[in-house]
Design a protein around this ligand. Structure first.
Ligand SMILES: Cc1ncc(COP(=O)(O)O)c(C=O)c1O
Length: 399
């Protein structure tokens, strides 16, 4: 049976195990197209590696900076899949990409320092800055010709700016950055001596229209101010194992990252079994990701066509991620009210735009995750269409 056949999705298990707005948290009968977490089980190689590890029966402490062979596997894939030349000794495995972002923020921000956070973008940029005592300066990141318009970015830099957050590819827009965009961001950081929090957790989920272009392609010699984050939740569906890593080409920054990660005191760090799983991802599972992408592209094309055939809404077709960013502003209600309506009336859960998850610039939008089967996606979109029809009638928008 094909890996991404709908019959491989075990709803009975998901209903017990998939939290964070997903199957285990929604009322029975509701379809969640919410958190960015695949409905498919993880690749067999990941499961086998974990079972072999468990079988031996030892669950001892791990090296404080993670298993060297795990970092070596990560470095090999960063190089051959993304052209990033990173010394494995400067890769710190950590318990999630989210944690990595918090560590980076703590490593460079002092209370009152400003960080530029795009609006919209994943809330972890804002939260990591705030947790470090930093001040969030929102940059309204609007789309222009399918890319984020950076022409006004410089205006948001002040004497207190220390860092710019870069989400490449971008969640929730699903857009990539072009070499010229990265050049512009890097030039500003060089001009004003700023750090870059470079989140590449979505860098594997990229469709054939356009290649992923990493900031490291500007040349490693220019990337000493870059601290990067990668995670295994999106590409490999192991979010609950809390696996990720932070890396940088700067030895000095790496030292600060290690200090701020609490791994030296053992108060922080990634579980041994999560590293075993992560290494299996890196060594043996990119075939799975590539097949997943073929499936996702079909889902994306189907969903974008369906959505853009529905009245009053507009969906962007993402070049990366398995997220659809949909404009529902024509309904004249908040994104949260729209989302609540769908949950209540047609039993469909999606993520609401607005302040909480992506920033106020995402008001009037919803985000739909399509990392599921064609059948579940189709049913979800049928429900959305029905809900839109009901809402139009109720609000007199169908005249
Ligand atoms: C852009 C971005 N960064 C970080 C994360 C967090 O990933 P993790 O599960 O590894 O903490 C997510 C999860 O949705 C994300 O979209």
């Amino acid at each position: 049976m094909a890996l991404f056949d709908g019959s491989n999705i075990k709803l009975d298990v998901l209903k017990k195990r998939a939290f964070n707005y997903r199957w285990a948290e929604v009322p029975e009968g509701t379809i969640p197209l919410t958190a960015a977490d695949p409905d498919y089980p993880a690749a067999p190689e990941i499961r086998q590696a974990m079972m072999d590890y468990v079988q031996d029966g030892y669950f001892s402490y791990t090296p404080k900076l993670g298993y060297p062979e795990f970092s070596e596997s990560i470095a090999a894939r960063l190089w051959d899949r993304k052209g990033e030349k990173i010394d494995p000794k400067q890769i710190l495995p950590i318990d999630s990409a989210a944690r990595g972002m918090y560590i980076i923020a703590k490593a460079v921000l002092k209370p009152g320092d400003e960080m530029i956070v795009f609006d919209p973008v994943d809330y972890l940029f804002r939260e990591s800055c705030l947790a470090a005592g930093g001040k969030v300066v929102l940059f309204p990141a609007r789309l222009k010709d399918g890319y984020i318009d950076l022409s006004e970015l410089e205006r948001y830099i002040t004497a207190r700016t220390r860092m710019i957050g870069l989400c490449n590819p971008h969640n929730p827009y699903g857009v990539l950055y072009r070499p010229e965009d990265l050049e512009l961001i890097m030039s500003l950081c060089e001009k004003y001596n700023l750090y870059i929090m470079n989140d590449e957790i979505w860098s594997d989920i990229v469709y054939p229209e356009e290649p992923f272009c990493s900031i490291y392609t500007l040349g490693s010699d220019r990337c000493g101010r870059v601290m990067s984050v990668f995670g295994f939740s999106k590409s490999f569906g192991i979010a609950g194992l809390r696996a990720g890593c932070v890396y940088t080409t700067s030895a000095e920054l790496f030292e600060r990252i290690v200090e701020c990660s609490d791994v030296l005191s053992t108060a922080g760090g990634i579980a041994s079994i999560s590293q075993v799983a992560g290494k299996a991802c890196m060594d043996s599972c990119y075939y799975w990701v590539d097949e997943f992408l073929v499936h996702l592209k079909k889902n994306r094309d189907y969903a974008v066509e369906r959505l853009n055939g529905m009245p009053l809404i507009k969906a962007y077709s993402p070049h990366a991620t398995y997220l659809l960013y949909v404009d529902v502003s024509a309904f004249g209600m908040t994104a949260e009210a729209f989302t609540e309506y769908m949950k209540e009336h047609v039993r469909l859960a999606v993520v609401s735009g607005g302040e909480k998850f992506f920033g106020k610039g995402s008001e009037g939008h919803i985000r739909i995750c399509f990392a599921t089967s064609h059948e579940i996606l189709k049913e979800g979109l049928n429900r959305l269409e029905k809900g839109i029809g009901m809402l139009m009638k109720e609000r007199g928008l169908d005249q």
